[in-house]
Design a protein around this ligand. Structure first.
Ligand code: FAD
Length: 316
């Protein structure tokens, strides 16, 4: 049986939900080897869960100091494994995931397909381009073709497998390595990560101010257990930090529910959210283009509707 590799996304020692999506996609390509990169012992606590999700094997790729380095430990780990035993490699389409895939493609002399939304047993994959208006099926060459999968593009389905644990050592940092010297999150919040959130509440220029993001958009996100997103105009006006920008030059999201407040629906924004399963928008201009992609559109003032919505949800 052929194998495929998945780079496990983890946070605080737990696999991130997107890892289940990666395993689900990679299963089409062969028995899944889930690769956990980190400090010695990194994979031990995750093996059972990853096995339950469908990993036939869990490789703990270890080196002291890995948590203070950026992407090279992951590149080294997958390079060692695929050079020894080639197979397709599936990685999350995040900023670091795309960089890891690019470096691996160069090292392994394989092709890479980024931001795919589906992978097929014949190693072709689907990409959704031009603002998700066109679906392309593309093939990629090399013994270890690389794919980065858009978080939220498919539903993760757990199919329990053996999850047999193996360990490899990866090289330590060289003098040229970038190491992290301090880490300060720009915002302290318990909200889910935007690219993987199942619910996204996005605010636009119509929200009007940073203060209104704090008093309207964030409470609605918290009432629904969601993440906050913003349009580029809202970011440029200083209403919300740039890392939360959704769209062509920001983050792509595919949540179960997207709620847009005071957003007009420019293509550069909708290209980053229109694979959302349900789209609800509130806008006081009935001709706003965002209504064309909405499942439910409310024509009205967000300052009346959103607080009433928050109150109603919090009562339940
Ligand atoms: P507007 O277009 O000004 O819309 C505000 C909306 O709020 C209006 O429809 C208005 O009716 C409504 N409104 C106002 N007051 C209220 C109220 N009280 N209640 C309800 N509704 C109200 N944009 C992105 O978002 N992401 C990107 O990644 C991105 N990349 C870009 C890349 C390029 C190369 C370029 C050229 C542009 C990019 N843009 C991006 C910008 C994009 O073209 C739009 O300018 C932007 O998305 C508009 O933001 P907005 O909807 O918040 O503002």
């Amino acid at each position: 049986m052929s194998i495929s590799y998945v780079l496990v996304e983890q946070l605080d020692g737990r696999p991130e939900p997107v890892t289940l999506e990666l395993i689900t996609a990679a299963r089409a390509l062969g028995d899944v080897v889930a690769v956990v990169v980190g400090e010695p012992g990194a994979g031990v606590n995750l093996a059972a869960e990853l096995g339950n999700w469908g990993a036939a094997q869990v490789v703990s790729a270890e080196v002291s100091g890995a948590s203070n380095r950026l992407i090279l430990p992951a590149v080294d780990a997958l390079h060692i494994l695929a050079a020894n035993n080639p197979g397709p490699i599936v990685i999350a389409a995040t900023a670091s995931g795309n960089e890891i895939a690019g470096r691996l493609a160069a090292r392994l002399a394989s092709g890479v397909l980024t931001d795919v939304v589906g992978i097929n047993p014949d190693r072709t994959a689907q990409q959704s381009i031009f603002g998700d208006t066109i679906q392309v099926s593309a093939a990629v060459g090399g013994a270890s073709p690389l794919y980065t999968l858009r978080p939220g593009a498919l539903d993760g389905v757990a199919v329990p497998a053996t999850g047999e644990l193996a360990t490899i050592e990866i090289p330590g940092a060289t003098a040229k390595d970038v190491t992290i010297t301090s880490f300060t999150p720009s915002t302290q919040s318990d909200r889910p990560e935007l690219p993987q959130a199942k619910v996204v509440i996005a605010g636009g220029r119509g929200v009007g101010s940073e203060e209104n993001f704090r008093s309207i958009v964030e409470p609605l996100a918290d009432a629904l257990g969601g993440a906050v997103g913003a349009t580029r105009d809202a970011v440029d006006l200083g209403y919300y930090p740039g890392e939360y920008q959704v769209g062509q030059t920001g983050v792509t999201v595919s949540p179960d529910l997207y709620i847009g407040l005071g957003i007009s629906g420019a293509i550069q924004h909708t290209s980053g959210m229109q694979t959302a399963k349900k789209v609800i928008v509130i806008n006081n201009d009935e001709d706003a283009p965002i209504f064309q992609i909405a499942d439910l559109g409310v024509v009205g003032d967000l300052f009346d509707i959103a607080p009433a919505l928050i109150e109603e949800i919090n009562k339940r």
